[in-house]
Design a protein around this ligand. Structure first.
Ligand SMILES: Nc1nc2c(ncn2[C@@H]2O[C@H](COP(=O)(O)OP(=O)(O)OP(=O)(O)O)[C@@H](O)[C@H]2O)c(=O)[nH]1
Ligand SMILES: [Mg+2]
Length: 300
């Protein structure tokens, strides 16, 4: 034990869907703890990522993008964000450098007044996609959204630019305290949840329109194969809302489903530390996004 004072606490990234919240958490943690995609509303749970710094520990809580809900799922996701915002020490509002600040951003920034105890900072994300002028423009727009930003920071999760600055700034805003998690832990997500999310990410790749929203993944079992060292059986379901979507996911003679399986396996094997036999079953749960009972079953 050293006598040096350390700081620790919770920070959440909040913003519209697709602004780069989960990618930023992963970049800071240095490992993929949350899945990401170019489709809006990828994140559906409050996923924690843990960052250890010489001066202390940050627990990032990644949240779903805040949007105008069209389904009960959408409403539940927004409610989840509100819950998280009420619990954290620092709220980091995110807006991307390459899109003008709009009404959605304004609404979210204003709503942060409901959390007077949290310190607030603003982040301009994806600066690698913009030139200097555009970044300056965005910084000014974001800066004017609130009077009480403790900092406004431009950064890129892809180039890594300013990530250290962000971590230091956020840590300086945290109360003094010991680490909240052991220093070899990157997330408190269960293996089962991480497996389900990796499969969902693989299934999201290349699908369009409403289908990304309709996909959920459940895991029935993860078990070491008896009599075979270094092989894990994973039984999982890709849940969609309609038969037509099931046909798309499966693809011609099962080709798409095989690709999804191969992509998922490539990430599951390092995560589980063994070879993986992945049995994927596609199942229809009619209109699950709007059905309270189905949502409950799927963990929302
Ligand atoms: N060029 C560039 N792309 C980025 C950066 N950060 C995120 N992206 C991309 O932006 C898209 C959205 O990223 P996510 O991290 O999933 O966004 P999110 O805000 O978590 O989205 P939701 O979970 O849907 O709310 C993905 O295609 C990312 O690869 C960045 O710093 N630079
Ligand atoms: Mg996300």
């Amino acid at each position: 034990m050293s006598d040096e004072k350390t700081r620790s606490g919770f920070v959440t990234f909040v913003g519209r869907p697709n602004v780069g919240k989960s990618t930023l958490m992963n970049a800071l943690v240095g490992e993929k703890v949350a899945i990401t995609s170019d489709k809006p509303q990828t994140t559906r749970r409050a996923i924690r990522g843990i960052i250890n710094r010489p001066g202390g520990q940050l627990v990032v809580v990644d949240t779903p993008g805040v949007h105008r809900p069209r389904t009960l799922l959408g409403q539940r996701l927004n409610d989840l964000v509100e819950q998280v915002l009420g619990d954290v020490d620092v709220i980091a509002f995110c807006a991307p450098a390459d899109e003008k600040v709009g009404p959605g951003d304004r609404r979210i920034a204003e709503s942060l007044s409901d959390y007077p105890h949290a310190k607030k900072i603003a982040l301009v994300t994806k600066t690698d996609r913009s030139d200097r002028d555009e970044i300056m423009q965005r910084l000014m727009e974001v800066d004017s959204l609130r009077e009480d930003w403790a900092a406004v920071i431009p950064l890129s999760s892809v180039s890594g630019e300013q990530l250290e600055v962000l971590a230091d700034e956020v840590l300086a805003l945290m109360p003094e305290g010991p680490a909240l998690y052991p220093d070899d832990v990157v997330t408190d997500e269960s293996t089962e949840d991480r497996v389900a999310e990796i499969i969902r990410e693989a299934a999201l790749d290349g699908v369009r329109d409403e289908l990304p929203h309709s996909i959920a993944v459940t895991v029935d079992d993860i078990a070491a194969r008896e009599g075979r060292d270094g092989l894990t059986d994973v039984y999982a379901n890709i849940v969609v809302e309609r038969d037509s979507q099931k046909a798309i996911i499966i693809g011609h003679k099962g080709s798409r489903l095989r690709d999804v399986g191969a992509r998922a396996r490539a990430e599951l094997e390092p995560l589980l530390g063994t070879r993986v036999y992945l049995a994927l079953h596609v199942r229809v749960a009619k209109e699950w996004q709007r059905d309270p009972k189905q949502l409950g079953r799927l963990g929302f």
